[in-house]
Design a protein around this ligand. Sequence first.
Ligand code: ARG
Length: 615
Amino acid sequence: MASVPSLATQVRQRVSDALAAVRPQEASADPSPRPADWGDPMLRRSDRADFQANGMLALAKRLKTNPRELAGQVAAQVDAGDVLAEVEVSGPGFLNIAVTDAAITSNLAARAADDRLGVPYADAPGTTVIDYAQPNVAKEMHVGHLRSAVIGDSLVRVLEFSGETVVRRHHIGDWGTQFGMLIQYLDEHPHELDHGGAAGDGTSGEEAASNLNRLYKAARAVFDSDDAFKERARRRVVALQSGDPETRALWQRFVDESKLYFFSVFDKLDMEVRDADIVGESGYNDMLDETCELLEQAGVAVDSEGALCVFFDDIKGQDGQPVPLIVRKSDGGYGYAATDLSAIRDRVFHLKAQTLLYVVDHRQSLHFRMVFETARRMGWLADGDGSGDGAADGPVATATQLAFGTVLGKDGKPFKTRAGATVRLEDLLDEAIDRASAVVREKADKAVPPLTEEEIAERGAQVGIGAVKYADLSTSASRDYKFDLDQMVSLHGDTSVYLQYAYARIRSILRRAGDGARPAAHPELALEPAERALGLHVDGFAAVVAEAAEEYAPHKVAAYLYQLASLFTTFYEHCPVLKADTPAQVENRLFLSDLTARTLHTGMALLGIRTPERL
Ligand code: ARG
């Protein structure tokens, strides 16, 4: 497992070295901290050349010297080695840089020799807790839960790939006063949660969902109309909180039933959710008292009309009055905030995480702002960016909410059924799978050999679920996106199907070539422009993965892959592979195709999307 520096990195290093040689006094005058524009030529991919370095402009400005002259000196000083083909001053003082064909092919060969495609691990990996895929017990999952699951799953994959230790936490809503009513109702109608389906199969998941729905509605109706029931339900809340075994057992039935349902949805989403990682609100119950004591002792939370509250100068309601974070209600009950504050303590002090990430709907942003600020005042989270200005012996963990946008319908309004109801997640996924299966079926006969019914069903699921995930992951998480199945399963444009077909096409070429040993690279060969463009893009994979991990931005991987597939298409149009001029050229093009396929496969896996061998 060797990490392979990209050509971009190598070029940047060579230009930096030249800069340092041209202006050594600058390099030593102020060695630390290094001025941002010193030694960093700010390299970009460019249309005019393979790369463009424009850092000389800023440096020249600072040194009050002529930028073209400085750039010329640097260009003359650069050690081209066998990497650089040309370094040329252009414009007001850029350097246009071309690399050699041999450097491209050799660098790709080094990537191909590595299982990780030469992608390095992050410099200083730590432990990150990702809070994602957190639906609520006894309630239907909605598209917001879908987003959290899809984005969170991808972030788990991206961060783990970068070497981070990731702890997954599914903070399900399994606690709260609404359980009083549900438990009491179940106690009075004990057969309401019985069902015939065997646990673990898909039917039992759907049955569980409809059982819970029915029970919720029925309990609600009695609760709203029958005061005596309401009182019995209230006593159940107390019994649940004080740990009464019979009440706990009834509660557990709701949790189990809901998990049956959640797992059926996660299964359909082709997503691994482990039972041990489900630590719902109830999991922090034993910490709540202590959390409140600590907040009170520190004076961070104060009594306000019997409730325990935290106040913030800059958070005010519409009436100008400060909006507090209520940690404990005046009736003594704990809410969502107390649980989240306790979860922070658990994650920082027990799980020893340096980074807490919450993949939660933007509508909860105020909540998290207040919770994080409270934790900072307590010293549970570091101030600012976590660079260590917290208490000397305290934790330096930071917390971030990755606040995602709303899923919209085609009409641009929040996604609902025509009747205005929330869309059932399973229906949505089933429809995506149906549409995708139709697309797969249409092409299936042309495949050689044709796909079997079983293969069509399997591919249909992989394409359909991939489509849903990709639509979500290809826009930046903070933005809203339109849920448009027609667009999602289209073969043209920025869709997962397009990427899956690109992958399957390459695999089919490789199969036709024999698909034996990995094709070898031939650095001695000159490259066509389409080969260079594809090769340089493949070489940039590591940088994109690093960026996606750093910025929690899986959409950057998606954009990269889309461009990769497009560049492959162009390459394939311009450069015959199996019918290339010489056996060496055939092999070199097979090599490039194979590495493109592996990059597509690895990148899609980071998004949680399958790449079938045949479509
Ligand atoms: N269960 C919540 C909901 O459905 C999301 C939980 C988010 N995570 C957290 N630690 N509060 O809205």
